[in-house]
Design a protein. Sequence first.
Length: 741
Amino acid sequence: MFTLTVKELFARKLRLLTTAFAVLLGVAFMAGTMVFTDTNKATFDSALADANHGVDAYVRVPSAIAIGYGESGPRLNSSLADKVTTIDGVDEVALRINGYAQVVGRDGKPVGDLAKNPAFATNWVTIDELNPYHLASGTAPANDGEIVIDKASADKAGYQPGDTATVLTKGAPRQFTISGIARFGSADSPAGATAVLFTDHVAQELLATPGEADAVVVTGDPGVSQADLAAAVQAAVGNDVEVITGDQLIDEEQTSLRSVFAGFNTMMVIFALVAVFVGAFIINNTFSITVAQRTREMAMLRAIGASGRQVKRAVLAEAATIGALASAAGLVAGIGIASGLKALMGLFGVDIPDGPTVITSKAMISSFLVGLGVTVLSAWLPARRAARIAPLAALREVNVDRSATSRRRAVIGVLTVVAGGVLVAAGLAAENLSRVGVGALATFMGVAVLGPVLARPAARLFGIPLRLRGVSGEVATRNAGRNPKRTARTAAALMIGVALVGFITIFAASTKSSIAGSLASDYTGTHIVQTGGENTPGAGLSPKVAEQLRTTPGVDAVAEARKSPAIIDGVADETLYAFDAASIGRLFNLGDVQGDHTALGADGIAISADKATEKGWTIGSKVTVTLSSGPTTLTVKSIYSGATDWLSSQFVDLAAFRATIGDGLDTKVYVSGQEQAIKDVVAPYSAAEVLDKEAFLRSVSGQIDAILGLFYAMLALAVIIALLGIANTMALSIFERTREL
C-alpha cells in the first residue's frame, strides 16, 4: 500500500503541485508572520536592553494605572536626586524627563508622522552608563540653545551637526542648534519614533514642570547587586516613591512596547489562519474528488484483500506526504514573506528598525505542524469514505452525488443560518462586536452546509445566459450541477475571501457614513485643529494653540480636548475625556441635558444618558475615577444625550485633569470662527492642521482607506489560494470527464 501511495502521488504531479501550493501559501504566511513578530520583538528588546544596560535602580512615583510605552506618569521632585546621591552603594545619579517634542524639517513640515509613530523627547544625560542615547556624530548639548536628535530623523531631514531647526513642544515653537546626532541603543531611533534631547533645564521647562522629573536613574558601586541597591534606595527615600531594578525596568519597557504591536500581530495571525482555513477547503475538495475518481481502483484493492483501514491509511499517507512537503517549502518561503511584511509596513509609514532575522524553533515547528495537521484533517473525511468503499463498487461506472437531496443537510444548514442571523442582528442592536463575529461565523458555516443543496438550483439560475448560447452552455450548466458537493466546496473557498472583503468594505463604508452623519448633526463648530496623532502615545497639540485662539478676533468659540486612560467605577481600560466645559455646549449638540455641564469644575463629571441608565446614576451621584495620580471621587453634575460619538459616555472639565494629573497636550481643538483667523494662529505649529468639516471627513476617510489597503493586501493571499483551488478543481473535473469530452 505504501508503494502504491508513492506511485499514485508521482503519477499525478500537477495535482500534487497545485494541492501542495495551497498548503505552502498558508504555511508560508503563518511562518512569515511569526518570524516577522519574533524578529521585531528581538530587535526592540535588544535596543531597550542596550539603552538601559547601565541602569541598576530606577526611582519613580507609582502610577495607579498602567502607563504605556512613551507615556508619562506622575512626576517626582527632581531634588530627590540629591538625596539618592548620598546613599551608600550609589555611584552615579541622573534625572529622566520625558515628554513630547518634534523637530521640523527644512521644508517646514514636522519630521515623522504622528499618526503612525510617536515623537519622544527627553533630557540628555551626561553620564554615559545612564544615557540610552549614544552620539553618532557631533557633541552633546553644551547649553540651553542646543539639542541632539535621533539619527533616523536627521537622515530623513538631511540635518547635520551645526544646523538650526525649529522644535515643537507643549509651548510655543522654538529654534535650537543641532549639536549632535544620536542612536538609541543599537537602533537609529526609539522604535521608529522621532527623538529630541534637551539639557535638563530646558527639558523641565518644555516637557514637564520646573523642579519635576519622571524618574531618577541610578548606577551602583562595583560589587553591589541591583536588588541590594534598589532595597537601599527604597529604604532611604521612603514609600512615597517606588524603586525597581534595572532588569525590571528593561522587562517593563519591553513588555509595554510589545503591547503597541500586539494588535497588529494578532491581525496578522488572523489573516494567516484565514489563509490556512481557505487552504483546508481546497485540500478537502481535492481529496474528495480524487477519492471519487478512484472509486473503482479502491474497490479493486478491497476485492483482492486490502482492508478498509489500509485504504484509509493510504489516503491519509498521501495527504501527510503532501502536507509535509508543502509545509517544509512554506517554512522557507515564510522567511521571505517576513521581509515582505517589513517592507509593507514601511509603505504604510511604520518604520521597523534593522536587525537580524530571528528564526525560532517554536515558529518553525508550530507552522509546520499547522500545515501538516490541516492537510491530514482535511483529508480525513475523504479517507473515511474511501475506507467504506465496497468491493462491488468496482462494477459501477460512476459515483453519484446525492448531497443535494439530503433533508438533514438542508435542515441543519437552515437552522445554523437562522441562528447566525439572529446573533448578528442582536449584536448589531447591542453594538456587541464579538456577538456579531460569532453570528457571522455561524452564518458562514450554515451557508457552507447548505452549499450542496443550493448549488444545483444556483447553477440553473446563473446558467440561463449560458444556455442561451446553445449546446455548450447547456452542457456547462448541467456539469456544474451534476456534482453539487464539489461545486459548493469549490465556491466556498472563494466565498471566504469575498465575504471578508465585503465585510471590511461595508464596515468601512458604514464607519464613514456614521462619522459624516454625526459631523452634520452633532458638531456645530466650523473647524477642527488636529495633528493626526491623538492615538499616538505622548503626542498632541500645544495648549498654546487654544490659548491664542481664545483671544483672536474672528474666533467665536474654542474647546480643547484631552484624554487619559482611567478606571471608572471599577471598570479598567476606560478612556476619560476632558474639555473646556464652559464652551463645549457651543460647539456640540448635547441633546437633552439635565444639570449644568458648565459648572463641572474640578470635582464634577458629565455622564451620557445611556450610561446613567445603565449604572443607575442621577444628578448628585458619586463616581470613583482612578487616573495615574490615584483615585478621586467625582460628582455627576450633568447628564447629556447627544454627541456621544465625540464626547464619549463621560467627560470632565479640564480643571479636573489639572487638579489630578497636571497640565498636558491637547488631542484636538474644536473651533467656531473664520478660517483665515484660525489658520493664522495655527501656522507656526506646523504639526497641526486646520480642517473644516469636509476636510476632516476626507482626513478620516483617508485613514480608513489606508487601513483598508493593508487588509486587502493581506486578504489577497486568501483569494489567490481560492483561485488555485478553482483551477485545481477544474483540472480534476476535466480529467474525470476525459471519455465524455
